[in-house]
Design a binder for this molecule. Structure first.
Ligand SMILES: [Zn+2]
Length: 247
C-alpha cells in the first residue's frame, strides 16, 4: 500500500541561528519535474540523501533537474538564498541517487527523499540555505518518521563515484540539532586495523562494495574531512549508530 504524503504545507521559521534577525517566511515553490515515477515495491522513504548541484546557479540546476533528456531529478532544490523548490512529491520516486547502496539496501531512490543544494562544491553553504534545509529536514523526518541516522550524503551511499555534499558541508551542525547522525568517537583510539575499520563502517551503513581506500575516503568525507593519509588510530574511533536503527 502506498501511503499518501502528508501535506508539505508552508514552512514557517520559528527562530534559529539568525540572531537578531527574523528569518524570512519560507514558502515551498512548486516546479514539478517529469523525471519521476512511483516508488517500487510499495517502499516509503526511510532515508534522506543530501547533494550539491555542482552547477553555476539554482536556475541552471532546476532546468537540468526538469529536463527529460537529463533523466535526473530530486524532490527538492534549495537555492543559495534559501528558496525551497519542490520538484517531485515526497511519496514519488525521484532520480537522484543512482548506483550504490546504504546499510545493505539498494534502489536508494525508492527508499529516500533527495535534496539538492545549490552549490558548486567549492564554496561554503550559505546561512539562508542551511536554515531552509534544517526547516525542511525537520518536516521530512517528522512526516515519514525517519531517524536522524537516516540523513546521509550522496557520497555515503556511492563511495568513490560521488563526493557530494563534500567536505564543506556542515554535518556537525545538523547532528547537533538531531537532523543527522553524529560521528563522534566513543572509544579511545586503537591501533589501525583495516579489517576492524571496515567492519565498523559496514555496521554504520557504508556497505557499498568498494576498495578499502575508497571506503576510508568516504567515511572521512562524512566524519573527518580534514584527515588524510593512511588509516590512523583516530579513524578507528569512527562511530555511528548501528544501521539497524534506521532499517
Ligand atoms: Zn549527488
Amino acid at each position: 500500500m502506498v501511503t499518501a504524503m502528508p501535506a508539505a504545507g508552508i514552512l514557517r521559521p520559528t527562530g534559529g541561528p539568525c540572531k537578531g534577525k527574523t528569518p524570512k517566511v519560507t514558502e515551498i515553490i512548486r516546479h514539478l519535474s517529469p523525471n519521476q515515477g512511483p516508488r517500487r515495491d510499495g517502499l516509503r522513504p526511510s532515508l534522506v540523501v543530501i547533494h550539491y548541484t555542482a552547477m553555476q546557479n539554482a536556475a541552471d540546476a532546476l532546468e537540468r533537474l526538469c529536463d527529460p533528456a537529463a533523466e535526473v531529478s530530486a524532490h527538492y532544490l534549495i537555492s543559495g538564498q534559501g528558496d525551497i523548490i519542490l520538484m517531485v512529491e515526497e511519496d514519488q520516486r525521484a532520480w537522484h541517487a543512482g548506483q550504490g547502496e546504504w546499510a545493505g539496501q539498494d534502489d536508494v531512490n525508492s527508499r529516500s527523499i533527495g535534496i539538492e543544494l545549490d552549490n558548486m562544491g567549492t564554496h561554503p553553504f550559505s546561512e539562508p540555505q542551511m536554515f531552509a534545509l534544517e526547516r525542511l529536514l525537520r518536516g521530512i523526518l517528522d512526516r515519514w518518521d525517519i531517524q536522524p541516522e537516516g540523513v546521509i550524503g550522496h557520497s555515503d551511499m556511492a563511495p568513490g563515484r560521488k563526493t557530494d555534499p563534500g567536505p564543506r558541508f556542515d554535518w556537525a551542525r545538523l547532528s547537533k540539532q538531531g537532523l543527522a547522525g553524529a560521528g563522534k568517537a566513543r572509544d579511545m583510539p586503537k591501533p589501525p586495523c583495516p579489517e576492524t575499520f571496515t567492519e565498523h563502517a559496514k555496521n554504520a551503513g557504508f556497505t557499498a562494495d568498494v576498495p578499502f581506500e575508497t571506503l576510508l575516503a568516504a567515511t572521512r568525507l562524512r566524519f573527518a574531512p580534514w584527515r588524510s593519509g593512511p588509516l590512523c588510530a583516530q579513524d578507528m574511533t569512527f562511530c555511528h549508530a548501528p544501521a539497524s536503527k534506521w532499517k
